[in-house]
Design a protein around this ligand. Structure first.
Ligand SMILES: [Zn+2]
Length: 210
């Protein structure tokens, strides 16, 4: 599955499970974390081995930049002051080390090994939680949905890494096959449906367009 598929599924899940519980500014920051989480699982991919990683990185960068600009310029929201404002700097450094360490281990052990395992999930979320506080819930949702969607794929996921016993996949979809596009389309349709049922259209228009 490509990063775009994971991002679509991630924001759809967040729209149904998390967006209804918070105000719109928190939701926008949270969706940013959800997108980062949905991409982070594949930080074990080597760019040279997967041509789509580069275009995925640009795609994610554009969306995250747009979210940031809307929040700061249009909504006058101080994103960096809000994210992890209660976390002491020692904990943030520890969190950053856990994340960097995880990505290094993920790249050494290979694609769909450590980063796609339960222990990788736990350590990455611990790291993000130490930096971003409660926004880790959004990150974790994106990360978890990525691992679930990858199970549909043909390449086994080492869920119980370092044990081989947990290597599973359901062989129902190739990464660029029809189910991939169903997930992308379904993700965006579900997201837009849920968002427009939470906020009315003229309100969204006043924030994003006008
Ligand atoms: Zn993956």
């Amino acid at each position: 599955m490509t990063g775009k598929t994971h991002a679509a599924v991630g924001i759809c899940g967040a729209a149904f499970l998390l967006v209804p519980k918070v105000d719109i500014k928190t939701a926008l920051v949270g969706l940013g974390f959800c997108i980062i989480g949905s991409y982070a699982t594949d930080a074990d991919l080597k760019v040279s081995k997967a041509g789509h990683v580069f275009s995925d990185a640009i795609y994610a960068g554009v969306i995250l930049t747009a979210l940031y600009l809307i929040l700061t310029l249009k909504m006058h929201y101080n994103v960096s002051a809000l994210v992890g404002k209660d976390m002491p700097s020692q904990l943030k450094i520890t969190g950053a080390l856990l994340i960097v360490g995880s990505i290094i281990i993920g790249r050494i052990t290979g694609h769909r090994k450590y980063m796609h395992s339960l222990i990788g999930f736990f350590v990455m979320n611990l790291g993000v939680g130490l930096i971003a506080g409660s926004f880790v819930i959004w990150f974790g949702l994106g990360y978890a949905l990525h691992m679930i969607v990858d199970l549909l794929n043909e390449k086994p996921e080492a869920l119980l890494f370092p044990l081989n016993a947990g290597d599973i996949c359901f062989h129902v979809a190739s990464s660029d096959g029809i189910l991939n596009w169903v997930l992308v389309a379904g993700g965006y349709v579900g997201f837009i449906y849920k968002i427009t049922s939470i906020y009315n259209l003229s309100y969204l228009h006043s924030i994003f367009i006008r």
